[in-house]
Design a protein. Structure first.
Length: 614
């Protein structure tokens, strides 16, 4: 047992040395503090991973020693080879290896190696397995040493183990503190290490320093580490054109099929009366709030969420409005601290309104509306205005108890009782009733805009952060963050008040995304002079758009390349699935050129030192 543990520790050391390559990629900004943290975090991380492999290999102590050596060489050798290959992938793409990369390599799709390269790879594999076999053999064959020497070696082994356990504890506590205070030199280490999930707890940290998180966020220096966003410095409104009022009205979990005259009559009539443009094939950038709102405010894929959170990088859309002296009102029902929009999109907004008061979601939505109306009446009308209203009742399937039922019968929401054969009708009725309630609140917003006289000078975008499935695909999915089908990602998207809507109406039938909002508004309403590719990956909705072939979507732990017919997903551990549009496995392979293009989008803002904007 002791010799197997020693063999495991030897591999921990080897992996820690290989992992140094992660921090040597072009453009990496490793500070003194980050290096000190990595000195503890890297060996501790691999120690925790190899402990699992150690436990798996323990039964091998009772098999033939040569068989044991061979199996140890295969298991640990494969781990070291996978780690080394991952450092190469990370250097190239700035994300860790997954099945998509393997498929492109193995099947020669997009990435194609020469025969000599495969020979070299084969030689490396054989060499690593041979080295692991030799190490296992050498450690096992050592004769029993004298008692004093044996005791000394045991103390060394114990000291090493205690160091690694201590490093594991200290690095996790250190990361928890760094995460709470948004300290990027430590937080960014998470991006470099594969399968690294350190401890975070706002509850624990809040016990010691309740208000420290927001205070330190605003004061914290932001190094942005290896991210170059934007690619070029923005040229903002060089001709001093008058910026327009802009409003985002977002309904959490708003399904595409509930924007209609029956479920949302006030909004339906408002859009019709003011010649709004409703898009028929619009998708969120994700199936969760985090990635959906991120795409809406940044114009880039939600896969960038974690590095932008680690570095507290705000939305250029927001900072550009601040530079153009906008009144900015952020009104959300749920807290903006989870997901951490206070540390991403709204990081530069002082005195940020964190959430709405109220004992229930409908009460908070009503308070949101009241607070916005009061703020809007008192705003500085000589300055342009941006409003963000984010309603939550549809997400909670909730509405006031005294609300007359338009849709019935309704059932209570209990995810524990929902099954594949559950009748969705009562729950769907409850959901529609909640959307109907939000629509009733929105009439107050429309009336306020009309009464102020600003309606004709305000661009209004109505949409959802993601959709909400009612087992539409008959696979037992309820809610969101489960798949990337229409039921969880297709949302209403309506633009009201556009001055020039010729191309807008042309594009309304095309495949569009939340990624398209920021480049459209920055160019035409904030008058940013740059090419939109300097700061976003979406298209301009007010110009002739190409026919999109695919969309990139993401969730908390996975991403997908979505075409009208198929969905290619890659989960959190890198395993991929090729599915039809209803989330069922299909035979064949995806078009890997789309996968390759999506990977380029996921590394588009990586700073590679001497990289020039494309």
């Amino acid at each position: 047992m002791r010799k197997l543990f020693l063999f495991t520790l030897l591999n921990v050391l080897l992996s820690a040395l290989i992992a140094v390559r992660y921090f040597m990629v072009p453009g990496a900004s490793v500070t003194l503090y980050g290096s000190a943290f990595s000195f503890l975090a890297v060996p501790a991380h691999f120690f925790s991973l190899y402990l699992i492999l150690f436990l798996i290999c323990t039964p091998l102590l009772w098999v033939n020693k040569y068989v044991r050596y061979s199996l140890l060489a295969i298991l640990f050798g494969f781990a070291q080879i996978a780690l080394y290959v991952d450092t190469i992938v990370f250097e190239q793409y700035r994300f860790h290896i997954n099945e998509s990369v393997l498929m492109m390599v193995l099947f020669g799709q997009v990435v194609d190696f020469s025969f000599a390269t495969y020979l070299l790879m084969g030689a490396i594999i054989i060499g690593v397995f041979a080295a692991e076999y030799l190490a296992a053999w050498k450690i096992d064959r050592k004769p029993t040493q004298r008692i004093r020497q044996g005791a000394a070696k045991s103390r060394t082994l114990l000291t090493t183990s205690l160091f690694l356990v201590g490093a594991l504890l200290v690095s996790n506590i250190g990361y928890m503190i760094a995460f709470y205070y948004a300290w990027s030199p430590v937080m960014v280490v998470k991006e470099y290490l594969p399968l690294y999930y350190p401890l975070t707890s706002k509850k624990i940290m809040g016990f010691f320093d309740k208000n420290g998180q927001r205070r330190n966020l605003l004061a914290n220096h932001n190094d942005r580490q290896h991210i170059r966003y934007p690619l070029r410095e923005l040229v903002i409104n060089p001709q001093n054109k008058k910026p327009a009022n802009i409003m985002f009205i977002v309904v959490d979990s708003w399904r595409f099929d509930t924007f209609n005259e029956a479920v949302s009559p006030n909004t339906w009539n408002f859009v019709k009366q003011h010649n709004g443009v409703a898009f028929n094939n619009h998708y969120s950038t994700g199936n969760a709030t985090r990635t959906g709102i991120f795409g809406l405010f940044y114009g880039i894929p939600g896969t960038w969420w974690q590095p932008f959170l680690n570095n507290s990088i705000p939305s250029l859309f927001v900072t550009t409005m601040q530079k153009e002296d906008y009144n900015i009102g952020i009104f959300t029902s749920a807290k903006v601290t989870f997901p951490e929009f206070d540390r991403t999109a709204f990081a530069t907004i002082k005195n940020l309104r964190i959430n709405s008061e109220g004992k229930s979601t409908p009460e908070r939505d009503a308070r949101l509306t009241e607070d916005w109306r009061e703020w809007y009446q008192k705003r500085d009308a000589s300055r342009p205005t941006f409003s963000f209203l984010f309603y939550d009742s549809a997400h909670a399937y909730d509405f006031p108890k005294d609300e007359p039922l338009k849709f019935g019968p309704v059932s209570d929401l209990n995810y524990m009782t929902l099954k594949n054969d559950t009748d969705p009708t009562p729950l769907f009725n409850r959901y529609k009733q909640s959307v109907y309630y939000i629509d009733r609140l929105l009439q107050q917003v429309y009336d306020q805009l009309a009464a102020s006289g600003d309606l004709d000078d305000t661009l209004i975008i109505l949409t959802g952060d993601h959709a909400q499935e009612m087992n539409d695909n008959k696979m037992g999915f309820w809610g969101h963050n489960g798949n990337f089908t229409d039921a969880q990602t297709k949302v209403p998207f309506i633009i009201v008040g556009a001055k020039n809507d010729r191309w807008l109406r042309e594009n309304a039938g095309k495949l569009t995304s939340h990624e398209d909002v920021v480049p459209s508004l920055m160019k035409h309403y904030l008058h940013v002079d740059n090419d939109t590719r300097d700061y976003a990956t979406g298209y301009d909705l007010f110009s002739q758009m190409p026919d999109r072939k695919w969309l990139l979507m993401s969730s908390y732990s996975a991403y997908a390349i979505r075409t009208p017919e198929n969905i290619y997903t890659v989960n959190g551990v890198g395993m991929s699935h090729y599915l039809d549009s209803h989330n069922r496995q299909v035979s064949g392979q995806p078009d890997y050129s789309y996968v390759y293009e999506a990977m380029n989008e996921m590394k588009y803002f990586v700073d590679q030192g001497d990289k020039k904007a494309q």
